[in-house]
Design a protein around this ligand. Structure first.
Ligand code: F6P
Length: 360
């Protein structure tokens, strides 16, 4: 009987449990394989923490947010941040992981994660581990797939928040600034901004001019629209300026956490237009809760397809959505870059056609 391992790494997002369920059910139902969940991402692989996932374990988790396996965004087995004499040093635990993989008697490993997790998955593949990747993140920034699961749910969460801010913005004649996550890509801001009818959308791919932002607010005011909604990505920054770093997580392989640009934009607008502003940072609310119907379906399709790839022996691949079809791509290609919004992307034109300003 084949034994497959599964782990979830990096920041969580809605739909992870749906993927775990889909992998386990397909493996158990269609092939009679055994499935083992590795706890807390790669940390469980370093520490040899894993448990068998039975059919009952994965039943009833489709709609559940988070991950039943736990995750870690502070683990990189190839350069693990470790405290040594009050300092952080980076140690290579990859050999230990390979030994544990053998001890667990696993024959393949499904790694569910964003670009960081997938990059590590690729390194293990290069070391001989039969790996399959599944792209997960609210940022939608994984190269090679039209969409990651988790993104649609986050867009929905952001859109609902924007809708609510709209009504209070109207009543108080205020400018509401909504800061959304997304790291170095503006997908979440752009899509929720369009869905929520944002008046100004600011994304990292297009450094903004604060003058243009204020012009838009004033122009709306002149036309009798005494409120505005600004959707700003955490990675957006002014022309000639820099991204705002909220904190450095020293013991994280990717230590930069963005955040704070919303306050900067609010201060600038208030100073230049004298219109009252309020800032709402949606933060981790975007990642919480259960998956949307779209994400449930996408996660289920991804999980099912990952098992088919294992069956065919197509390791070193990541499942992808291309158009309406599920397929796969080499992990080497998938981790070669991150997916940002290209300048010619149709959604940018759509936003502009709606009269939305992109701050330029
Ligand atoms: O990658 C997902 C994400 O939510 C980003 O959008 C955000 O920048 C980051 O993770 C936040 O990380 P943490 O959970 O460590 O605060």
């Amino acid at each position: 009987m084949r034994r497959i391992g599964i782990l979830t790494g990096g920041g969580d997002c809605p739909g992870i449990n749906a993927v775990i369920r889909a992998v386990a059910k397909t493996a158990i139902n269609d092939y009679g394989w055994e499935v083992f969940g590795i706890e807390d991402g790669y940390l469980g692989l370093i520490e040899n923490r894993f448990r068998r996932l039975t059919y009952e374990d994965v039943s009833g988790i489709l709609t559940l947010g988070g991950t039943i396996l736990g995750t870690s965004n502070k683990t990189n087995p190839f350069a693990q941040p470790t405290k040594f004499k009050k300092r952080i040093v980076f140690r290579d635990f990859s050999r230990r992981c390979l030994n544990n993989f053998e001890k667990m008697k696993l024959e393949s490993l499904v790694c569910i994660g964003g670009d960081g997790t997938l990059r590590i998955a690729y390194k293990f593949f290069e070391k001989g581990v039969p790996v399959i990747g599944i792209p997960k993140t609210i940022d939608n920034d994984v190269w090679g797939t039209d969409q990651t699961f988790g993104f649609d749910s986050a867009v929905l969460n952001a859109t609902e928040a924007i809708d609510k801010l709209h009504t209070t913005a109207q009543s108080h004649h205020r400018v509401m600034i909504v800061e959304v996550m997304g790291r170095y890509a503006g997908w979440l801001a752009l899509c929720s901004g369009i869905a929520g009818g944002g008046d100004i959308i600011l994304i990292p791919e297009i450094p903004f001019s604060i003058e243009k932002v204020c012009e838009k607010v004033k122009e709306r005011s002149r036309r009798g629209k005494r409120f505005s909604i600004v959707v700003v990505a955490e990675g957006a920054y002014p022309q000639g300026g820099k991204m705002v770093v909220q904190r450095i997580v020293k013991d994280s392989p990717d230590p930069i956490r963005l955040g704070g640009i919303g306050n900067f934009v609010a201060k600038q607008i208030e100073d230049r237009t004298e219109i009252e502003c309020r800032v709402t940072v949606l933060g981790h609310l975007l990642r919480g809760g259960g998956p949307s119907a779209f994400d449930r379906i996408l996660a289920t399709r991804f999980g099912e397809y990952a098992v088919r790839l294992i069956k065919k022996g197509n390791f070193g691949e990541m499942v992808v959505l291309q158009g309406r079809e599920i397929g796969s791509l080499s992990l080497a290609e998938a981790v070669s870059r991150i997916k940002k919004i290209p300048p010619t992307h149709h959604l940018l034109k759509v936003a502009l056609a709606m009269g939305t300003s992109l701050g330029v």
